[in-house]
Ligand binder design. Structure first.
Ligand code: BGC
Length: 253
């Protein structure tokens, strides 16, 4: 690891919840409680920033010197959020990284949430040591994607927004879509089958890694999928965003 910093704070902002913890980057383990609050309804910039400030402050003195990484469910280009699927449209075009830095009074590392999860699985989880193309997808409020080629992240791939049958894929196949439609594992798996078959046809990956909280129930749906590509659950599930954001923040110091 190209860093001498061995601890960092990771904050994972999602469409439903904001989670944060301090991380030991040597072991990839959380070294604090995992803090969690609901994402303020409407997902407005000022309300989310205020929750993140409260959360970072809870790490107190020990957190003051640690690098902070924040991941967010949008395309992130040079610190600017360029999309907003499950948060307020006010994020589109916003200098988000600067907004957080101003409010927190410190530099941060700001990255897409699925990309952070991909980095976590690459260094501490299911993608570790894999050559070739690994595609991580997170199944949550939306569908996030991280494309890792020979250990290098290709950021902002947004494969949750592939159009399938004229619909945005995540609106049919995310975990939120399963919940909304009260779908059985089998019904949801049929939608996932269409989704992963399309991604497989477009990218011919060597491995799929499936993240998001629902991956802890992977036994209920992954065996139902028939793909040519091996598909495995993420190791870090709901903590992957925290871990990856922390790792990237420490490396950027
Ligand atoms: C967003 C992505 C994000 C994913 C998972 C999608 O709706 O467009 O940027 O990674 O949700 O949160």
């Amino acid at each position: 690891m190209a860093t001498t910093t061995t601890r960092a704070i990771g904050i994972d902002i999602g469409g439903s919840g904001i989670k944060g913890a301090a991380v030991d980057l040597t072991s990839g383990e959380l070294i604090s409680d995992r803090l969690k609050v609901a994402t303020p309804s409407g997902g407005e910039p000022n309300a989310i920033v205020a929750e993140v400030v409260k959360m970072v402050n809870q790490f107190g003195k020990t957190g003051a010197d640690l690098p902070v990484g924040v991941c967010f469910p949008a395309v992130v280009l040079n610190g600017r959020t360029m999309s907003a699927a499950n948060v307020s449209k006010k994020w589109i075009g916003l200098e988000a990284e600067k907004l957080f830095e101003k409010a927190l009074k410190r530099d941060i590392l700001f990255v897409n949430d699925a990309d952070a999860a991909g980095v976590a699985e690459l260094h501490y989880g299911a993608a570790k040591g894999h050559q070739g193309l690994v595609i991580l997808t997170t199944l949550g409020t939306g569908i996030g994607s991280a494309l890792l080629y020979n250990g290098t992240l290709v950021p902002n791939t947004e494969l949750g927004h592939l159009e399938i049958d004229g619909r945005d894929a995540e609106s049919r196949a995310s975990y939120a879509a399963k919940e909304r439609g009260r779908l059985s594992w089998h019904s949801w798996a049929r939608r996932l089958q269409r989704y992963y078959t399309r991604v497989e046809a477009l990218f011919s990956p060597d491995l799929f890694v499936v993240g998001g909280g629902v991956s802890k129930q992977s036994e209920d749906f992954l065996p139902l999928l028939k793909l040519n590509t091996p598909i495995v659950p993420a190791v870090h599930r709901n903590n992957a965003g925290i871990l990856g954001a922390a790792w990237l923040a420490a490396r950027s110091r």
